[in-house]
Design a binder for this molecule. Structure first.
Ligand code: ZN
Ligand code: CA
Length: 409
């Protein structure tokens, strides 16, 4: 609570014009403790030194076997509509898997100067199929509650007896708490919060995502589930890319050498380039505050850092034997080809060897935005009448299969 209040004070100080009740910007609750005399600050320094040392020795490489982190999602709901469908929960897991494996289509948005720095964390996530006692589960805990404004109620949401939901063994599971986070008029709405590896307990290790920003949703600024990506970044030891120093300056940074020093955070979808501290800023990084559709990458060193943190501080997740739930919406695996290509207002699809199968056909533009979506019975010779599209490269996606198509209307 103190941390969130601190963030808001900082926001209010530097953006006195912001109407916090109406703002649609991201506000993450995570700020490291900069009181250098505090025990937490000492633990953070010890943590950062240990991670750096392990990375310098190159030891992080050996821990980087394929890893799947079992997740339990605690849905804290009050109104029936807050008890979200499984599909939305799966969409959050899917987003983590895309972004932590550099499989997000919108990675193409990264400006050329930062493309050589794009990283792949190589970390998978799944809903846990076994609870801490080994009993079968779908990895989702649904708890009716009177607790509102969850990110400001940290003392309650982690405890079933107080209207929250007790964590599952935090050494073997990543706990994600989701709930309504609207508060009284005139107060801000934090979009997420995470424990840091150097500052957490068995009860509160994990992340919180405001329901409004959870999974795929219809909001303006956090519709893609990337608040979850940002918070898992914190959970795996990353700090905000601008370094969190208060007041903002160029003196402190995030401790990561391939993210250029940056004065403060960015909101919305900034133009390229954004400059401060004598650098072009990597504002499209998941650890900045830009809108979901504009944050698209981790840097290479951030990915090394997270893998090192897993090995050093969360080894129970690396070695977890908890089984995964099979995604009921597991995408189809249906290769296809497009003709003609380039195309103008119409494309046809062929499916070698595919008999009739139902499936969605999606078309994305180069920014990763869906420009077309329709349900089809997938058969060779399907014709798609395209909407009006600007010239350029598009991606047709069916299940796991993706093909490029050039459109010249
Ligand atoms: Zn944050
Ligand atoms: Ca940096």
């Amino acid at each position: 609570m103190k941390k969130i209040a601190l963030t808001l004070v900082i926001l209010s100080c530097f953006f006195p014009g912001i109407n916090l009740s109406a703002q649609t910007h991201k506000v993450c609750g995570n700020m490291p403790d900069f009181d250098t005399s505090s025990a937490i600050s000492e633990r953070r320094h010890a943590f950062e030194n240990a991670v750096k040392q392990t990375m310098q020795q190159g030891n992080w490489i050996f821990s980087r076997s394929p890893v799947t982190i079992p997740v339990v999602v605690h849905i804290l709901w009050n109104k029936p509509e807050e008890n979200v469908e499984d599909a939305r929960i799966w969409s959050q897991i899917e987003r983590l898997n895309l972004d932590f494996n550099a499989q997000n289509l919108d990675l193409e948005q990264v400006p050329d100067e930062f493309k050589p720095l794009m990283g792949n964390a190589g970390i998978q996530f799944c809903l846990a199929a076994q609870d801490p006692d080994g009993r079968p589960t779908n990895g989702i805990v649904r708890v009716p509650t009177e607790v509102r404004g969850i990110a400001g109620k940290l003392d309650q949401i982690y405890y079933s007896a107080l209207g929250g939901s007790d964590a599952w063994d935090t050494e073997r599971y990543l706990n994600i708490w989701v709930g309504d986070n609207t508060t009284d008029p005139g107060t801000a709405t934090a979009t997420g919060y995470s424990s840091f590896p150097w500052n957490e307990t068995q009860a509160n290790s994990g992340i919180i995502i405001s329901l409004a920003a959870f999974g795929k949703n219809t909001s303006e600024s956090w519709s893609m589930g990337r608040v979850g990506v940002h918070e898992v970044g914190h959970y795996l030891g990353l700090r905000h890319i601008w370094g969190d120093d208060s007041p903002p300056s160029c003196n402190d940074d995030d401790g990561i050498s391939d993210t250029p020093s940056q004065f403060f955070f960015h909101f919305d979808c900034p133009d390229t380039p954004q400059q401060s501290c004598g650098n072009s800023n990597m504002y499209m990084n998941y650890m900045d505050y830009v809108d979901d559709q504009c944050m698209v990458m981790f840097s290479q060193e951030q990915c090394q850092w997270m893998n090192t943190v897993l090995a050093l501080y969360r080894p129970g997740l690396l070695n977890s034997t908890v089984q995964c739930v099979q995604n009921p919406e597991e995408p189809l695996n249906t290769p296809f080809s497009i003709f003609p290509n380039p195309a103008s207002r119409q494309i046809h699809l062929n499916f070698p060897g595919t008999v009739a199968e139902p499936g969605d056909i999606l078309i994305y533009n180069a920014l990763g935005h869906i420009v077309f979506r329709k349900f089809f019975i997938l058969r060779s010779g399907i014709t798609i009448d395209l909407p009006e599209l600007a010239s350029g490269m598009y991606f047709v996606k069916i299940g796991k299969s993706i093909e490029k198509v050039i459109i010249h209307p």
